[in-house]
Design a protein around this ligand. Structure first.
Ligand code: ATP
Length: 334
């Protein structure tokens, strides 16, 4: 492992914080960071409220028992926040100075890509920082999966299954709006797993060119002729007004249609086994990097291997659309 120029030896103390939107599995990641570090003889300060807590010096010393019984809990015991001050150099310097004052020699930031930009800034100011991707949106291109995505996916599928019971009983169409922050993974995976007749997601390259007439109305009319009278249509947030879309579907197909916006229930709940394990693996790896004096990295999972990547490289990676999965959805859900 290559030595980071800013960090000469194994740190005596590191910090950990959660930032951006909360995601199930953040606690499992905090727990892994704390316990791995303590095992290696490194003290850990938990920073409350993301970068705001860093600026304010709002910290708590973490011991083994501080993270007991958190593995299965959603949300984050360190709280999370969006901190405007950290977008500016002045705020970042305050954060760096607070680290120096408190003896934080390395930092683990658990959050999304915005949080990694903060991590990059801190590293440039001399505090080696490692990012762990945690967001339900799976919108961080460098990693196959982010912590929280699979839990949110299970929550969405559970909601779709429930909606299916009622759409089936009433011969209705349910239009379901799913979160995603401009990225369609949550909607797309949920559609494949939940039997969405159509799935409308952002497609920045316009390779699909989603068309309501062709991809929803025509498909529903064709499917009606095969004897199916209930439908689930999955739409990623921010694309269209799902209530208006439900009206249009009802007018054009004659199938009674309702829209459901799933909203913040998608962010909560106990992390599933996959997210607990992913968070444990990533937290362990993050501390190993700081122990070996390596910062400015993002932890990723690629082909089931947990490894790491340069933050700048990670932030430059363009968003991707899983066209294969879209093709599968369209072929199977008929
Ligand atoms: P999510 O994807 O769940 O929204 P995120 O980490 O992308 O998570 P953001 O709100 O974008 O969420 O960022 C979280 C915090 O990270 C911001 O409130 C800010 O404090 C810090 N941050 C974001 N972008 C930058 C930046 N360009 N420079 C410095 N700090 C930043």
């Amino acid at each position: 492992m290559k030595e980071h120029p800013l960090l000469k030896s194994k740190p005596k103390m590191i910090g950990v914080l959660t930032s951006g939107g909360d995601a199930p599995g953040m606690n499992a990641a905090i727990r892994a960071v704390v316990r791995t570090a303590i095992n290696k003889g490194i003290r850990v300060l938990g920073v409350n409220n993301g970068y705001q807590g860093l600026i304010d010096g709002d910290v708590v010393e973490m011991d083994l028992r501080k993270v007991s019984n958190t593995l299965h809990r959603g949300g984050t015991i360190l709280k999370t926040a969006r901190c405007k001050a950290f977008y500016n150099l002045e705020g970042q310097i305050k954060g760096r100075n607070m680290c120096l004052e408190m003896g934080i020699e390395g930092l683990v930031v658990i959050g999304g890509d915005g949080s990694f930009r903060g991590a990059k800034a801190l590293t440039a100011l001399g505090i080696p920082t490692v990012g762990i991707p945690a967001t339900i949106d799976n919108d961080i291109s460098c990693t196959d999966y982010t912590i929280g995505f699979h839990t949110a996916l299970n929550t969405v599928i559970d909601a779709i299954d429930r909606l299916r019971d009622t759409t089936e009983s009433h011969n209705r169409c349910s239009v379901v709006e799913v979160m995603g922050h401009g990225r369609g993974d949550l909607a797309l995976y949920a559609s494949v797993a939940g039997g969405g007749t159509a799935c409308w997601i952002n497609d920045p390259d316009n390779r699909i060119g989603f068309n309501v007439e062709r991809d929803i109305i025509y498909k529903m009319r064709t499917t009606l002729r095969t004897g199916k009278h209930n439908f689930i249509i999955v739409v990623s947030e921010g694309i269209t007004d799902v209530h208006e879309l439900a009206k249009e579907i009802q007018e054009k197909t004659g199938v009674e249609s309702r829209a459901t916006v799933l909203g913040h229930i998608q962010r909560g709940g106990e992390p599933c086994a996959f997210d607990r394990i992913l968070a444990s693996r990533m937290g362990f790896h993050a501390v190993e990097l700081l122990e070996h004096a390596i910062g400015n990295r993002v932890i990723i999972i690629s082909k089931d291997e947990v490894t790491d990547m340069d933050i700048n490289e990670a932030l430059e990676m363009p968003g991707k659309v899983n066209y294969r999965m879209l093709e599968i959805n369209s072929a199977i859900n008929i």
